[in-house]
Design a protein around this ligand. Structure first.
Ligand code: F6P
Length: 370
């Protein structure tokens, strides 16, 4: 058999480990492997590279993806570069199928987030033998307990919280560290707990300005003149909107979030008299080497994907459940976000060590033991 691999959507640490895992397993089965460049662009434009053992040697430690990726290339609504050009998108899925056939492929492994996997499912429905591998630093896919990339992003975010502690203390300032995560607050929640953040702001728990101010003033009353806030980019006020920085045309989810921390800093300076500074971590969280956990998880995903190919279990996505590698149908997996539950044990854990979520109503629920 000959198989194709592609990585789509935003990159994240661990993608190369999956590419390596799939390729090495496939070669042992005696298959040939090619990698499409820049996600579905490579499939549509027949741009690919052959992958042999030497090509994937040593890449397990490298962040990013050796294949390149695209967050806009969609075979069903394809727009040729330049990005954002006035040209209308076209359905080039027939061309994708033709290329797949001309290249003599027996299957496609699509490694990506919700957008990439939704396209994989559409291709599968039209007859392409596809296996999906979930990736995202956001850790927000409901069909798997964890995604690779998340642990690496968490490490960066926690390190940032650790580092701002000393400078916040020296200056008696409020420091706000803003994490990624889109509509899920996992990175902020876990970095906030691990880094001992005083206030954690999540998309799942809309904040009340007066409660953030009260939490900072309360600390001040207890002689703690500095505060550390960990804010998810998707945090928003109870009666307000998300902070959007950019709209990316042609992306499965065009909204790019970021900057809510600046609003909170302004609010706090005005209401507490404490100087407030902001660190927006952005893509730093997606860069660099994957952690050992992510390398391990991604390798397991890659090997499991090859196993599914060998058994011809197409239309499946690999998943990690209850400490084991398994699979679910891509159709079942896509479109279902896993978000932080305000009533969860994790939220209560943070509250139990004095962390505020910027919403006193949630605090009350937590105290009552929900
Ligand atoms: O989904 C991963 C993610 O890094 C989000 O956390 C973030 O909101 C978004 O992608 C950023 O996308 P881009 O790389 O297109 O700016």
């Amino acid at each position: 058999m000959k198989i194709g691999i592609l990585t789509g959507g935003g990159d994240c640490p661990g993608l190369n480990a999956v590419v390596r895992g799939v390729t090495k397993s496939a070669l042992r089965f005696g298959w040939e492997v090619i990698g499409f460049r820049d996600g579905y662009r490579g499939l549509v434009e027949k741009d690919f590279v052959e992958l042999g053992d030497r090509d994937v040697s040593g890449i397990i430690i490298r962040g990013g993806t050796i294949l390149g990726t695209s967050n806009t290339a969609n075979p069903f609504a394809y727009t040729l570069p330049p990005l954002g050009s006035a040209e209308k998108s076209r359905d080039l899925s027939k061309l994708a199928f033709k290329n797949f056939k001309d290249l003599g492929l027996g299957a496609l492994v699509a490694i990506g987030g919700d957008g990439t996997l939704t396209m994989a499912q559409q291709l599968y429905k039209r007859g392409m033998p596809v296996i999906g591998v979930p990736k995202t630093i956001d850790n927000d896919l409901s069909a798997t307990d964890v995604t690779f990339g998340f642990d690496s992003a968490l490490k960066v975010a926690t390190e940032a919280v650790d580092r701002v502690h000393t400078t916040a203390e020296s200056h008696n300032r409020v420091m706000i560290v803003e994490t990624m995560g889109r509509y899920a607050g996992w990175i902020a929640l876990r970095a906030g707990i691990a880094g001992g953040g005083d206030i954690i702001l999540l998309p799942e728990i809309p904040y009340r300005a007066e409660d953030i101010v009260a939490a900072v003033l309360e600390r001040k009353r207890h002689g703690k003149k500095f505060s550390i806030i960990v804010a998810a980019e998707g945090a928003r006020p109870e009666k307000g909107e998300l902070t959007v920085t950019k709209v990316v045309k042609g992306s499965p989810d065009p909204l790019r979030l970021g900057g809510v921390s600046y609003k909170i800093a302004e609010l706090l300076e005005g209401k507490t008299g404490l100087e407030s500074r902001v660190v927006v971590l952005g893509h730093v969280q997606r860069g660099g080497e994957p952690t050992p956990f992510d390398r391990w998880l991604a390798t397991g995903f890659g090997v499991k994907a090859a196993e599914l190919l060998a058994k011809k279990q197409f239309g499946q996505m690999v998943s990690f459940r209850d400490f084991g590698f398994t699979s679910v149908s891509i159709a079942e997996a896509v479109g279902k976000l896993r978000r932080v539950s305000p009533k969860s044990q994790e939220v209560r854990t943070a509250q139990a060590v004095g962390t505020s979520f910027g919403n006193s109503r949630i605090a009350k629920r937590g105290e009552n033991g929900h």
